[in-house]
Ligand binder design. Structure first.
Ligand code: ADP
Ligand code: MG
Length: 249
């Protein structure tokens, strides 16, 4: 299987006169984490939105498992195996952890099966939700109201909800945002575990996490890719040093 699961070619998104994403190409492969870094406003979230179908590109093309999915709606992409977590949380706070994961799992079930509440499909949905809880280590928080669990656990729940859709590709937008050191460490461990069997795009500001996790690193500034490659080579790139990583080295 020598083909990228998700492939973006020359993606551009303009908001009026602003090219938020400008001619960006990238490939996501199974068992690999592709990190995207860049200052605020670089276009990282817009790139994730384009890949997830939340925003339609002005130009360019996206293929998923070899099929052209450019301009497809998020629900369709989700059923085709694309999972997305948001920079701003998507959790329904008054519901329990389990209910949130269960709802996410259900969104993967075809409408007809949902409508008929087929026993087999209900069972599959519950199993998917249960697996997602176990993988993310949230089993003991299952019946807690989502609004009452810690910030770190809410971010894990966000990952669990993504996993419950049974994705082949995971697009994660700043999963470590606002975390303390211990929470961040747990999240890094979780993402390392999830790398297996998934193709992952990781937008992240935490450089320790990025260098611990990424197999491939892309740096964006003002909508454009200024460097892309093996993390250590990108880190050494003079243009990246001055544009972004300067103070880190
Ligand atoms: P990042 O995630 O790297 O911080 P974003 O993708 O959120 O960057 O934003 C890139 C640029 O696009 C910013 O200048 C932002 O203000 C602009 N932008 C993002 N979404 C919209 C939108 N829906 N309408 C207009 N401008 C937007
Ligand atoms: Mg962002």
């Amino acid at each position: 299987m020598n083909e990228a699961i998700l492939s973006a070619k020359h993606l551009t998104k303009r908001f009026g006169g602003l090219a938020a994403v400008n001619d960006v190409s990238l490939d996501l492969w199974r068992d690999r984490i592709h990190a995207v870094i860049g200052p605020n406003g670089a276009g990282k979230s817009t790139l994730a939105n384009l890949l997830a179908g939340d925003v339609a590109p002005t130009a360019g093309k996206v293929t998923l498992a070899g099929r052209d999915v450019t301009g497809s709606k998020p629900e369709k992409l989700s059923r085709a195996g694309l999972g997305r977590s948001y920079q701003k949380t998507n959790i329904f706070l008054p519901f329990t952890v389990w209910e949130n994961v269960r709802l996410a799992a259900q969104s993967r079930t075809p409408h007809a099966a949902r409508w008929l509440a087929l026993a087999s499909s209900v069972r599959e949905t519950n199993e998917r939700a249960q697996r997602a809880l176990e993988l993310t280590g949230l089993q003991s928080r299952r019946d807690a109201v989502a609004g009452t669990v810690s910030h770190g656990e809410q971010r894990q729940l966000e990952i669990a909800m993504t996993l419950a859709t049974d994705p082949r590709v995971m697009l994660l937008d700043e999963p470590l945002a606002g975390m303390g050191a211990a929470e961040a460490e747990r999240m890094v461990e979780l993402l390392l575990k999830l790398k297996r069997g998934h193709a992952m795009l990781l937008v992240e500001h935490d450089m320790d996490a990025v260098f611990a996790l990424a197999d491939h690193l892309t740096v964006m500034v003002n909508g454009q890719v200024i460097a892309s490659g093996v993390p250590n080579e990108v880190r050494a790139d003079a243009g990246v040093q001055s544009a972004y990583l300067g103070e880190e080295s």
